[in-house]
Design a protein around this ligand. Structure first.
Ligand SMILES: [Zn+2]
Length: 213
């Protein structure tokens, strides 16, 4: 990070996003499959189905307890950001647009343009996350009558969270109770193809039990 800073200097409002924490879906999936990876395919899929069934049920229960329009975690995050706002100047040039300026911890001045109508900020965060960035929040709280919820995308609505988990993953019996199917042929293990690359030859002596094979 130090070398990167030397190379690009101090850019106001720069946000660096590593993919370390951004890949929640893949990471959760890998975590689920960690202990079941060695299972035969049908058992593995059945296990994943069970886990998904449990997660959906849990989220459906969580969703039923929410009140209000916006997900509580998002409201909490925005409130924490609002409390952290210090020494930010809002210079309006229109009812809904203007400049928001301040200085970073190392006293480098920065300035952004926020547009509350378009839900945009020149830092790009609002467009990306669909939640007001710090600069937009600094603007929004200048109006004590502002409705914070109207600046957050529907994506964070409790209603959408509930809709996402509204279906159920159907329960199933264990495979000994599944219908038997006659495919009309006998399914054998696949014939293994010889591997590419250098082949190892071993010499077997006639004393070995499998030498004739
Ligand atoms: Zn911003």
């Amino acid at each position: 990070m130090e070398q990167l800073k030397k190379a690009i200097g101090n850019i106001p409002g720069l946000t660096i996003s590593a993919d370390v924490g951004d890949n929640n879906l893949t990471e959760s999936f890998l975590e689920w499959t960690l202990n079941i990876k060695g299972m035969p395919l049908v058992d593995l899929i059945d296990k994943l189905r069970q886990v998904t069934m449990g997660v959906w049920y849990k989220r459906r229960c969580i969703g039923s307890k929410f009140s209000g329009h916006i997900l509580p975690a998002v409201i909490q995050q925005l409130n924490t950001q609002i409390r952290s706002l210090r020494n930010i100047k809002v210079s309006k040039c229109g009812l809904q647009t203007g400049e928001v300026s301040g200085s970073s911890q190392d006293m480098m001045p920065w300035r952004h343009v926020a547009d509350l109508d378009e839900h945009t900020c020149s830092c790009g965060e609002w467009q990306l996350t669909k939640k007001p960035c710090l600069h937009a929040l600094a603007w929004i709280i200048t109006d004590t009558n502002a409705d914070m919820e109207s600046f957050v995308h529907d994506y964070y609505f409790v209603e959408w969270f509930r809709a996402a988990y509204s279906g159920i993953v159907p329960p199933m019996t264990d495979k000994s109770q599944w219908p038997r199917v006659d495919p009309g042929f006998k399914l054998l293990a696949p014939q293994l193809k010889p591997r590419l690359g250098k082949r190892k030859y071993t010499t077997k002596t006639s004393e070995e039990p499998c030498a004739s094979k």
